[in-house]
Design a protein around this ligand. Sequence first.
Ligand SMILES: Nc1ncnc2c1ncn2[C@@H]1O[C@H](COP(=O)(O)OP(=O)(O)O)[C@@H](O)[C@H]1O
Ligand SMILES: [Mg+2]
Length: 258
Amino acid sequence: MLNTLTLPPPISKSLAPPKVNNGNQKLIVLDGITKIYLTEEIETHALSGIHLKIEPGEFVLISGPSGCGKSTLLSIIGLLDGPTDGGYRLGNMEVSKLSLDRRANIRNQEIGFIFQSFNLIGDLSVYENVELPLAYRGLKPSERKSKVLQALEKVDMIHRKSHLPNQLSGGQQQRVAVARALAGKPQILLADEPTGNLDSKNGKIVMEMLKQLNDDGATICMVTHDERYAKYARRVVHLFDGKIVDETSHHNQFSGNL
Ligand SMILES: Nc1ncnc2c1ncn2[C@@H]1O[C@H](COP(=O)(O)OP(=O)(O)O)[C@@H](O)[C@H]1O
Ligand SMILES: [Mg+2]
């Protein structure tokens, strides 16, 4: 379906990253991550000395008030941005100082994103939105098709595959965004306030979906300022003023009630 679109050339094979899956080791290790934004002579210390380790298969929730650095932290974990200082090991690779190209390449292979505002492309159908990251990877249309349909099936959106995003409810759009994030079977799913624009019923549906994906083995790191969602994650990292101030673990089985 994307044959008619002009896409940037697929990333060359020489840039292909080594697989970051390395058995029982930590998947993500942040070692003293600092992020300073410089704007018009104002320095914002968004993150200061963040140490965080995430194991494969974990569901980690990063919580804290607005402006405390949650999105900044997620964008560094997701290789959308680099830290000002500190180390970041993803699998067995040090990724804190990679070039933009290399970062984009690893991101495309290993990381799926879900955003508060869905970020679907308005003039592409549901099918084409989910297909786009697979096309960027250089997969053939036939290979893309089975992955797109499988992902849409997982979020129960096959019946809307030819719709445009503005023909869907917010909850449906976010389910498509979840399908897009998981279609390429990334190692890590990152979600930034994925329920922020949804009513509580649809928020719960999306959370149940993330929980199911985690039960199926996906590593999930989710940002929220809504404490109600803490019970979906086994581990909650509390951020305040750019620092980790507390960490809580829930060992009890999730009850399913919000
Ligand atoms: N691109 C940017 N340029 C300058 N300052 C930024 C930028 N992004 C975020 N900030 C600032 O960094 C701090 C943390 O922001 P953010 O990570 O978005 O917090 P949260 O997601 O917890 O609301 C805030 O003070 C914010 O204003
Ligand atoms: Mg944010």
